[in-house]
Design a protein around this ligand. Structure first.
Ligand code: FAD
Length: 459
C-alpha cells in the first residue's frame, strides 16, 4: 500500500485498505476522490482509495468491506455531475479506472466486451477500425468511463436516434455488495429469461453493484452524415424550430440547442464567432443513406424560425460545429464554478422551459446558461457562480429546485442523464412518490442489506 499512515484509533476501513494491494491513503488521492465535476466537494476526505486492477481486486475489496461494514464508493473517471462518485470520512473509494482493457470486438455480432475503466472515446476509436461505433456519446466522451456511463445510464447527442446507454447494454458482470459475482443479460440481441437485471443495474449509480465487465452493442458507422447549423433571434424560436423538426417526422441523429450567453462563452474559449450570428444556435445532423434527403426536410422545418443557417461543407467543418456543443460546459467552467441542471420535458415544451428559466433567473438572481439535447427534451440549464459559492445551498440550490418544479409542471423529470447522486435527492419524493421510493429501497435492501454500496446516493 502507498503512503499509508497507520491511524492511532483503528478504523473499520483500515482492514479494507491494509488488505488491498493497490490502496492509497495519500492526501492527494483522497482529495481527488472527494470531488467530481459537479462542483461538489465533500467536507471530509474518504479514508483511502483502492485502485482495483482486476475482478479479484474488486471481489476482495467488497468481501472485506462487507465483513468490516465499511461503505464503498465506486469511482470511474470522476466526471460525474451529480456528486455520485465522491467519498467522505469513514468511506473507502473503489477506483476502477485502471481496469481499462477492451477485451473483444466482434464485428459479426457487432458487440464489444470491455472493462469498466475504458473511456467512451477509446471504445469508439477501437470500434471505428471495424466500421462500427458505440452510440451513447456524452459530451465528455474523451474523459468518461464506460462503467460510469452504465452506472448513470448516460446519454449524449446521438441518443436522439440510437438510444441511451441502457439500449446499448447487452450483458454485465457485476460484483455485489457481499463479493458475489452476478452475470446479467446475454450476448444475443433478444432474450427475455428472468427479470431484466441489465436495466436494473444500468442507472443504479453504484448503489447495487460494481460493474467489472460490460458487453455492449455496436452499430455500423453511417455511410453519410449531413450537418447544418442554424442561428435564431432568441432561444424560444430555436426551441420552436426543434419542435418543428420533430413534428416533421424526420429523425435527426443529433439536434442540439445552445443559448446566446453560452455561445458567447464558447466563442471566447474557442476563438469562434457564433454569437455574432444569432442569439441561439441549433445544430442538427442526419445520417445514413438518406442523410441529405432528410436534411432537406429538416431545413424546411427550421427555416421559418431561423435568421440564417449554414450547411457543413466537409467532415472537418461538421466536427468544428459539433465542438461548439461539446465544449459548452468546459467553456463555462472557465467563468466560475458551474452548477448543472439536467431536466427533461416533453419535446414540444422546450420553448415554455425557456420562458420559465428566465423567470427563475429573475427570481433567484442567478445567471442561467442553457444547452439542450433538443430531440429528447433534455435541457442543461447551468448556473455559473463565483469559485467560493456552494452548489448545495443558497441561490444555486434554490434555482435547481425551481428548475425541477418547472420541469414537473410541464410533465417532465428531475434528471435526464446525469443521475441523482447526492445533489438531487431532495426532489426524489415529489417526482417518484412514496410507493415507487419504497420499492426502490426494498430492491436496495435485497441486494445490499448492510447499505455498503454508495450509501446516501441516488435513492
Ligand atoms: C464536460 C462534461 C460533459 C458531460 N456531458 C455529458 C453528456 O452529454 N451526457 C451525460 O450523460 N453525461 C455527461 N457528463 C457527465 C458524466 O461525464 C457522465 O455522468 C459519465 O457517465 C460519468 O462517467 P465517469 O466514468 O466519470 O463516472 P464517475 O463520475 O466516476 O461516477 C459516476 C457514478 O457512477 C458510479 N460508477 C462509476 N463506475 C462504476 C462502476 N464500474 N460500477 C458501478 N458504479 C460505477 C459512481 O459511483 C457514481 O455514482 C458530462 C460531464 C462533463 C464534465
Amino acid at each position: 500500500m502507498n503512503n499509508h499512515n497507520a491511524s492511532v484509533v483503528p478504523r473499520a476501513s483500515d482492514n479494507v485498505l491494509e488488505a488491498s494491494r493497490a490502496a492509497s491513503t495519500s492526501h492527494a488521492d483522497r482529495l481527488i476522490a472527494s470531488m467530481d465535476r459537479s462542483g461538489y466537494a465533500s467536507a471530509t476526505l474518504p479514508d483511502g482509495v483502492v485502485f482495483a486492477e482486476s475482478v479479484e481486486d474488486v471481489v476482495r475489496t467488497l468481501q472485506l468491506a462487507a465483513t468490516n461494514r465499511t461503505p464503498v464508493v465506486t469511482r470511474g473517471a470522476g466526471t460525474g455531475l451529480a456528486a455520485g462518485a465522491v467519498g467522505q470520512a469513514g468511506e473507502v473509494v473503489l477506483d476502477v479506472s485502471k481496469m481499462n482493457r477492451i477485451l473483444r470486438i466482434d464485428p459479426v455480432e457487432q458487440l464489444a466486451v470491455v472493462e469498466p475503466g475504458v473511456l467512451n472515446g477509446e471504445l469508439n476509436a477501437a470500434a471505428a477500425e471495424y466500421g462500427l461505433f458505440y452510440a451513447p456519446d456524452p459530451a465528455s466522451t474523451a474523459i468518461c468511463s464506460i462503467g460510469g456511463n452504465i452506472a448513470t445510464n448516460a446519454g449524449g447527442m446521438r441518443c436522439a436516434k440510437y438510444g441511451v446507454t441502457r439500449e446499448a447494454v447487452l450483458a454485465l458482470h457485476v460484483v455485489l455488495a457481499d463479493g458475489r459475482e452476478l452475470r446479467t443479460g446475454r450476448e444475443t440481441l433478444k432474450g427475455v429469461t428472468g427479470y431484466d437485471l441489465n436495466a436494473l443495474i444500468t442507472g443504479s449509480e453504484g448503489t447495487l453493484g460494481v460493474v467489472v465487465e460490460a458487453t455492449l452493442r455496436l452499430r455500423p458507422l453511417p455511410p453519410a452524415t449531413a450537418t447544418v447549423a442554424a442561428f435564431f433571434p432568441d432561444f424560444a424560436s430555436a426551441a420552436q424550430a426543434a419542435s418543428a423538426v420533430i413534428a416533421a417526422r424526420v429523425q435527426p441523429s443529433l439536434l442540439e440547442l445552445i443559448d446566446g450567453q453560452t455561445l458567447e462563452a464558447v466563442d471566447s474559449a474557442l476563438g469562434t464567432d457564433y454569437r455574432s450570428k444569432g442569439n441561439a444556435f441549433l445544430l442538427a445532423q442526419t445520417d445514413g443513406y438518406g442523410a441529405f434527403l432528410e436534411q432537406d426536410v429538416l431545413i424546411e422545418a427550421i427555416e421559418p424560425f431561423a435568421s440564417s443557417y449554414e450547411k457543413a461543407t466537409d467532415p472537418d467543418h461538421a466536427e468544428q460545429l459539433i465542438k461548439a456543443r461539446r465544449e459548452a460546459i468546459p467553456s463555462l467552467e472557465k467563468l466560475g464554478r458551474v452548477s448543472i441542471g439536467d431536466i427533461g420535458v416533453p419535446r414540444g415544451r422546450l420553448a415554455e422551459v425557456a420562458v420559465g428559466l428566465e423567470e427563475i433567473s429573475r427570481k433567484t438572481g442567478v445567471r442561467i446558461f442553457t444547452v439542450a439535447h433538443a430531440s429528447d427534451g433534455n435541457l442543461h440549464p447551468m448556473i455559473v457562480m463565483d469559485e467560493g459559492d456552494s452548489v448545495t445551498e443558497g441561490p444555486a440550490k434554490v434555482a435547481l429546485g425551481e428548475m425541477f418544479y418547472l420541469a414537473k409542471k410541464l410533465g417532465g423529470t428531475l434528471t435526464g442523464e446525469h443521475g441523482v447522486g447526492l445533489l438531487k435527492r431532495d426532489w426524489l419524493l415529489p417526482e417518484l412518490g412514496e410507493v415507487s421510493l419504497d420499492v426502490q429501497h426494498a430492491i436496495k435492501k435485497a441486494l445490499d442489506p448492510d447499505g455498503i454500496l454508495n450509501p446516501g446516493k441516488a435513492i
